[in-house]
Design a protein around this ligand. Structure first.
Ligand code: ADP
Ligand code: MG
Length: 362
């Protein structure tokens, strides 16, 4: 397959701090590469170097064999070949949907308006917005605006599209409409590089996964290899951490909204969908009815590899005696918990009381 983008020893520092550290990589025609890694590891900077939005301190980026940072390179032409969709929806608020999509082809490619309009309508239909041609961006949902941004990128007829967390600013239902469009682009055989935290999506859609940490590609391979059989310890830790949520409660005034937010995010990244509703309920019942605050409580939610089994471990410090089913426990809460969980086990570990609830997402 033809190589579309190639990087050689790409390095970048910000304020003396290394952000990219000698990245070598090749994106070939038809590749759908997911770029994963902890926040701050350099994913956005890497993408921005690929279309010349960021200039590396050392190394090279070749697009179609051309060194894009060499003197005399037309970066506008490079950006037409290497389209980018950002996390925040970059559409022009003062232009309607159609004008947003026509702008690039007319201004940058000098395409006749008539032709640009035909193409824009075609792209907008593809992303499901054929009926919204004259809507203004502020009347659209976040998911629709992000689809306009995708249509706008497609209208430039790029050879490769870079997506930088295209769904992370959207709520769950809006996320899936955008992910579906990207899945469709994948079916069409588009070459793409996608930075995402949606691991199930990355697993389904990509031909290759790159794991970046501290500005280096630590491991690359098929989705099965990276997610199920990572070779490198750092990849193992990253992939495993995705499966756990740890939350500590230090006072009775803990932030329940933050806890619920983290449970939702945990379910999302493990593609447990609406199971977060049950998990939130389990944790809340436990905290309000079973474990009145007497000292620090630690919660660990863990999702087992390749299964929908989820365990919730709740540790109450400096406590002994029964927690679940003790004298005076709220009967209705107990029935609710038993209905939501496959098993509830309790044990004393030294000074701490540990309750383990096993559940399974439908
Ligand atoms: P990621 O997308 O993986 O979260 P980024 O590429 O955005 O990571 O950032 C990597 C590191 O570089 C971060 O520590 C970030 O603060 C820093 N950084 C990114 N862009 C700039 C910038 N324009 N100026 C200074 N530091 C930056
Ligand atoms: Mg980023």
């Amino acid at each position: 397959m033809k190589t579309i983008i190639k990087t050689e020893s790409l390095s970048k520092r910000f304020d003396g701090k290394g952000v990219l550290d000698g990245v070598d990589c090749a994106i070939r025609e038809g590749d759908i590469v997911s770029l994963i890694g902890p926040s701050g590891c350099g994913k956005s900077t890497f993408l921005r170097c690929l279309n010349g939005l960021e200039k590396p301190d050392a190394g090279h980026v070749y697009v179609d064999g051309e060194d894009i940072f060499a003197r005399g390179t037309d970066l506008c032409a490079v950006r037409a070949k290497v389209g980018m969709v950002f996390q925040e929806m970059n559409v022009f608020p003062h232009l309607d949907v159609l004008e947003n999509v026509m702008l690039g082809p007319v201004r940058i490619r000098q395409m006749a308006r008539q032709e640009a309009e035909e193409k824009a309508v075609e792209q907008l239909r593809m992303v499901g917005l054929g009926e919204m041609l004259h809507a203004m961006p502020d009347s659209l949902s976040g998911g629709q605006r992000q689809r306009v941004a995708i249509a706008r990128t497609l209208a430039m007829d790029p050879k490769v599209i870079l997506f930088d967390e295209p769904t992370s600013a959207l709520d769950p239902s809006r996320k899936s409409e955008v992910l579906s469009v990207i899945r469709e682009l994948a079916r069409q055989g588009r070459t793409m590089v996608i930075v995402t935290h949606e691991m199930q999506f990355a697993r389904d859609v990509s031909t290759r996964v790159l794991f970046l940490q501290r500005g280096r590609i630590i491991e690359e391979g098929s989705p099965e290899q990276i997610f199920d059989h990572p070779r490198e310890l750092l990849t193992q830790v990253f992939v495993n951490n995705l499966r756990s949520l740890v939350f500590d409660i230090a006072s009775p005034d803990y932030d329940l909204y933050k806890l619920n937010g983290e449970i939702e995010w945990f379910c999302q990244r493990n593609t447990l969908g609406r199971f977060y509703v049950s998990l939130e309920l389990i944790v809340e019942e436990m905290l309000t009815k079973m474990m009145p605050f007497t000292g620090p409580i630690h919660i660990c939610i863990h999702c087992r590899e390749m299964s929908r089994k989820v365990s919730v471990e709740m540790v109450q410090e400096h406590f002994s005696g029964r927690i679940v089913g003790r004298e005076g426990t709220d009967e209705i809460s107990l029935m609710l918990l038993q209905g939501l969980c496959k098993s509830i086990l309790e044990e004393q570990k030294g000074d701490n009381r540990v309750v383990r609830l096993e559940t399974e997402a439908q």
